[in-house]
Design a binder for this molecule. Sequence first.
Ligand SMILES: *Cc1c(COP(=O)(O)O)cnc(C)c1O
Length: 472
Amino acid sequence: MARPSVLVKTSLARRRRRPRCCVSKTEGSGTATLPSAEAAALAGVDGAADIRSPSLMVPAMQDCEVDATATAALGRRVASDETLTVHAGEKLGSGGEAAAGTDSIATPIVSGTTHWFRDSADLVAFREGRRESFEYGRYGNPTVKVLEEKISALERAEATLVTSSGMNAIVATLLALVPPGGHVVATNDCYTETRALIRDRLSKMGILATFVDLDDTEALESVLDQGDVTMFYADSPTNPHLKVVDVRRVAELCRRRGALVCIDSTLASPINQKPLTLGADVVLHSATKYIAGHHDVIAGCVSASEQLISRIRAWHHDLGGAISPNAAYMIIRGLKTMALRVEAQNRTALRMARLLENHPKIERVHYPGLESSPWHGVGRKQMAGGGGVISFEVASDMDGATRFVDALELPLIATSLGGCESLVQQPAVMSYWGKSDEKTKNGIKDNLVRFSFGIEKYEDLRDDILQALEKI
Ligand SMILES: *Cc1c(COP(=O)(O)O)cnc(C)c1O
């Protein structure tokens, strides 16, 4: 839904949406109009300094300058992520034509599917952009809009679309931004279903797909040299090996060739990484994970310039993946504690990774926060923390890893990540069960175990893991 050029009445929530540091693109051509340094400067961050922590060891939550209008209601110029997670986008009831008419602190769940007009002149005013309305629930909703503005503030994005699942955000983004005859270059390590979508389905729609290793800059450059690449798509960090894409580097290469860069930043959360400030054009999340944070709601989001999001929104209107206002409220509530949760998860994961790295029953730990990780250098340049997911190979076989997993008392055996409860899984048994070809291709070993740490006390998790390792 395009933003009306004239607003009759503007609520605080509405006024608060302002461009932060989106790199704007020329329509159609995909040519960047702002170099990343300029984009970063716009965001009030200087290059890699968006990340304040000298290493991933102390996950300092960076402050980021937000312009006066963006934080008018907060009454000051600078807002940190901790503050934005609580306040950005809120005060839905504080006035304005389409507001919910309440002074409740909690954002109201506006459950209506349709919005009425006083008379035909009122409808015409809406059509001409002189009056704001949501018209129909599939095109937008006041509660969902609060969530979109909150995520935009955290990602330093001009605009955000919230969807009914992470996959829905991914499908809408790819269909909207890559036309038939287009070319997607994706990394071998991206989310299994995204990879299958690009490889098996988009190819049937006349879209060329090329896969490269995420650190193979030469391969990326040679594909870009073909001159027809529409989008570079990557997850960072990846699942389950926690590899990291040098977003700034790929953004530079792609900008020169007019290709868009889209990053699935789910494993980082908006607290640990802000790809738009590094030069990416689009950032998306499975909001099911850290953003909602409680293993109780499925959702997705995609953030970019207003121009790109309006193209994705148009497709999304047809795909029909609108999120319910109730689910949107659950996420708004979950987001209030995201900075606190992620900070705790970063700390637990790093402490555990360091402990396990030196444990005789562990062969290798995958975590970008570890200095021994090949991804540490890039990670510390672009991330404020390593995240709550770690994986490691136990010094045993399939059965040994299973004995370890089964001996754990605290973490639950389950897929997914990013919630309050610690989860554990053996990818060979969970996501890759019966897929031996994929397993080999993705370097998934039988003795690999993946944890998503929750917010339980570190010492409790540590004691449990150490006792379970004795059972191998
Ligand atoms: C879970 C996940 C998805 C898919 O999101 P859903 O909300 O399950 O649709 C996409 N990318 C990554 C990295 C994920 O972890």
